[in-house]
Design a protein around this ligand. Structure first.
Ligand code: FAD
Length: 299
């Protein structure tokens, strides 16, 4: 069966975009150019990641605060528990509230590579504890992470689902998934969430892949399986970036269209601070720039 195209009369899906905080002046220019390109698509919110172990605290804060100050976008700050006391994490959260940031993506975070996770003494042990802590600080909107293929260190899929439920029960209103390539896995996960009584939106995280080798390395670390067909599609494109990008957009477009045909109407894009693929896929989903948009004041 061919996938149906969205009818122009149907409402366009809701989008959110994820960025990472820039490390250099050149990357900063790239990020703000990307934000300027994507802002007219009127995302529901845009989020900025927090480097492993909280290492980008200042850069994350500066980026999120600038989004709040200089654009009409709704910024969301990622925040992790790892390597910090509760007081330190709470102070960061209060700083966000004072800067006008009302949305936090609450995460546990990962330990240093090659080590097992151990909660910081006096810190929040898991994301569910952080959600409860944030609730005590202010009336934040809180998003959390979900894993259609199970978190790599979870004891079982059931345990992992319990931990997602705890995060939502403690006050989060939405989960964003780790990216995945096998769409059926995500749809089965939605069924399992529903069966467990989870009614909050479980928004699929979409990673448009243009560098297959890099994506395969990263997927191995975060527990996303890479189907053989994906490798096969990118085979022989190593020295042909323009072919790779076309293949990448077809792969991602097919994924979002399959999700849309299955009733998914909200998508979170891991943009990697590059606008083109995300913009093209959003276009295929039926999203158009807001007429006369002044959303992008930045840059
Ligand atoms: P949790 O929900 O706390 O779960 C972690 C593990 O502990 C799971 O295996 C869970 O099953 C288990 N668990 C939970 N509660 C308990 C309990 N009470 N007892 C025993 N086990 C328990 N990382 C960053 O460093 N910065 C980011 O900006 C960032 N952004 C992300 C955005 C998204 C959308 C996603 C999906 C991930 C992101 N990550 C980020 C990665 C994330 O920090 C890691 O995947 C981390 O290992 C788990 O974080 P979590 O919030 O899912 O943890």
């Amino acid at each position: 069966e061919p996938l149906p195209m969205r009818d122009a009369a149907q409402p366009a899906p809701l989008l959110s975009f994820e960025f990472f905080p820039p490390r250099t002046e050149a990357l900063e220019q790239q990020l703000w150019a990307c934000i300027k390109r994507l802002a007219p698509l009127a995302p529901r919110f845009v989020s900025v990641t927090y480097g492993a172990g909280g290492t980008t605290h200042e850069r994350t804060h500066a980026t999120v605060a600038r989004l709040a100050r200089e654009t009409e976008l709704v910024p969301a700050a990622h925040l992790t528990c790892v390597g910090a006391t509760r007081e330190e994490v709470d102070a960061v959260a209060r700083g966000y509230w004072e800067a006008g940031v009302r949305h936090i993506v609450a995460l546990r975070g990962d330990p240093a590579p090659g080590t097992d996770y151990a909660p910081h003494p006096g810190g929040y042990a898991y994301a569910s504890d952080l959600v409860a802590g944030l609730r005590r600080i202010a009336d934040f909107e809180i998003s959390v992470a979900a894993y259609p293929e199970m978190h790599p260190t979870a004891r079982s899929p059931e345990d992992d689902l319990d931990s997602l439920k705890r995060k939502l029960d403690n006050g989060a209103t939405r989960a964003i998934t780790q990216y995945f390539f096998d769409t059926a896995t995500y749809l089965r996960f939605l069924d399992r969430c529903l069966a467990a009584g989870i009614t909050a939106p479980i928004v699929p995280g979409i990673m448009p892949v243009s560098n297959f080798a890099q994506a395969a390395r990263f997927s191995a670390m975060c527990g996303t399986s890479v189907p053989a067909w994906l490798g096969h599609l990118f085979e022989g494109t190593e020295d042909a970036p323009e072919i790779r990008r076309i293949v990448a957009s077809i792969v991602a477009a097919e994924q979002v269209r399959t999700l849309q045909a299955n009733g998914v109407d909200e998508f979170h894009f891991y943009t990697l601070n590059r606008p083109e693929l995300t913009h093209a896929i959003a276009h295929i989903l039926g999203v158009r720039p807001r007429p006369g948009s002044v959303a992008a004041q930045a840059g």
